[in-house]
Design a binder for this molecule. Structure first.
Ligand code: NAP
Ligand code: F7E
Length: 336
């Protein structure tokens, strides 16, 4: 079996490529060239794994590149993960987010339709589509109400995929995935920002972690569990859409509390809004700044993944506590 992964240098690309290689797949990855030749998470894979991945340098905004790639490789499966995925950045740079996410997804859909219509495609949709959710928990039937340019881009994309699936009878499935994190999560995302700060404090730093909205409620799982769900979606008889999440909600404050607990610090919270601080033995360990607030928040997330459980037999395997432990332990080791 042959699979192409766009976004192979991101968090999910890291886990998915390892997973597919372990299943005996021939794995091809789309990588953007950059001047420093930094390969992102691909550079974190051990050489004995990385050497099996066939890299194609290109950009998802280039439909010719994608068509040529699919024409030549005709993969059985394509995982379209590439995107400008940072919600905060999308408020500052909506157009480039739309170009990469909407334009890129349209290009991938066209390349499949015109150059390799038997390829089964997975598209990385998101819980951000629910924005300010109309119900809790959220499932495949919950109305979408996007609250950021990123979410709007994914709304256009999921409907593009649904339209191509129906109009051209293509096997295209959407994963509506809730937040999933890991030891290779990008450093700007709040969980990794916290785990890296906690590790620095463990090694002697006195700098507190400065965050935005501590009360934001998310459903956080472990990325390694979720890539298995992506693969399961492409093993079904028919294409469909599936929610993957944990069914558990936590605030950013709770994530920080749990991360500090890993290094033996119990945080006490005092103050409110931008004056809230997290203290441990009189030292300020968490502060709040307006800088990290967004113009609009999207939260109150909790996944109802019962369809994936029933149809795919997928379930998250890693608890919130273990996720925090994995991330903090890894950052302590890296910085040690
Ligand atoms: P990520 O770490 O930000 O990785 C994004 C990947 O897309 C990177 O490899 C990036 O390449 C690549 N990319 C961006 N623009 C590109 C372009 N124009 N051409 C080619 N490649 C491009 O994201 P992730 O966490 O792995 O998430 C994977 C997908 O799932 C994304 O579509 C994201 O929106 C979606 N998603 C993520 C979550 C989550 O919690 N992680 C939840 C729901 C949905 P560079 O390394 O060159 O930047
Ligand atoms: O923010 C709050 C922030 O940037 C999580 C992407 O993978 O998951 C991710 O998007 C929450 C938000 O992820 C800080 O306001 C507080 O409520 O880690 P994040 P995200 O925006 O949820 C979804 C499902 C995706 O699809 C996306 O691609 O944390 N928050 N203080 C902060 N967030 C950041 N980044 N930094 C802070 O200092």
């Amino acid at each position: 079996m042959k699979a192409v992964i766009t976004g192979i240098s991101g968090q999910d690309g890291y886990f998915l490529s390892k997973f597919l290689l372990s299943k005996g797949y021939e794995v091809h990855g789309v990588l953007r060239r950059n001047s420093s030749m930094n390969q992102g998470t691909l550079g974190l894979l051990p050489n004995n794994i990385k050497k099996h991945i066939i890299i194609h340098y290109g950009d998802i905004t280039d439909v010719n590149f994608l068509s040529n790639l699919l024409q030549k490789e005709k993969p059985e499966e394509l995982y379209h993960l590439a995107a400008q995925s940072f919600v905060g950045y999308s408020f500052q740079n909506a157009l480039s987010t739309y170009d990469a996410n909407i334009g890129g997804t349209l290009n991938v859909c066209n390349a499949v339709k015109d150059s390799s219509p038997d390829t089964r495609m997975y598209f990385a949709a998101t819980s951000e589509l629910f924005g300010q959710p109309k119900e809790t928990p959220q499932n495949e039937m919950t109305p979408f109400f996007p609250r950021s340019p990123y979410a709007v881009s994914k709304l256009a994309s999921i409907w593009t995929v649904r339209t191509y699936r129906e109009a051209y009878k293509l096997f295209m499935s959407n994963g509506i995935l809730f937040n999933h994190e890991s030891e290779v999560r990008g450093p700007e995302f709040v969980t990794r920002k916290i785990s890296q700060s906690v590790a620095r404090i463990y090694h002697g730093s006195k700098e507190p972690v400065v965050l935005g909205n501590l009360s934001a409620v998310k459903d956080w799982g472990y990325a390694r569990d979720y890539v298995e769900g992506m693969w399961m979606m492409l093993q079904q008889d028919c294409p469909d859409d599936f929610v993957l999440g944990t069914g558990e909600s936590h605030t950013v404050r709770e994530f920080a509390q749990a991360a500090f607990k890993e290094i033996g610090m119990d945080l006490e919270w005092t103050g409110s809004g931008i004056n809230e601080v997290g203290l441990s033995e009189g030292m300020t360990r968490v502060k709040v700044s307006r800088e990290f607030y967004r113009p609009l928040e999207s939260d109150n997330y909790r996944a109802d993944y019962s369809k994936a459980k029933k149809t795919l037999r997928w379930e998250p395997k890693t608890s919130f506590r273990d996720l925090v432990k994995i991330m903090v332990k890894n950052d302590i080791e890296i910085m040690g």
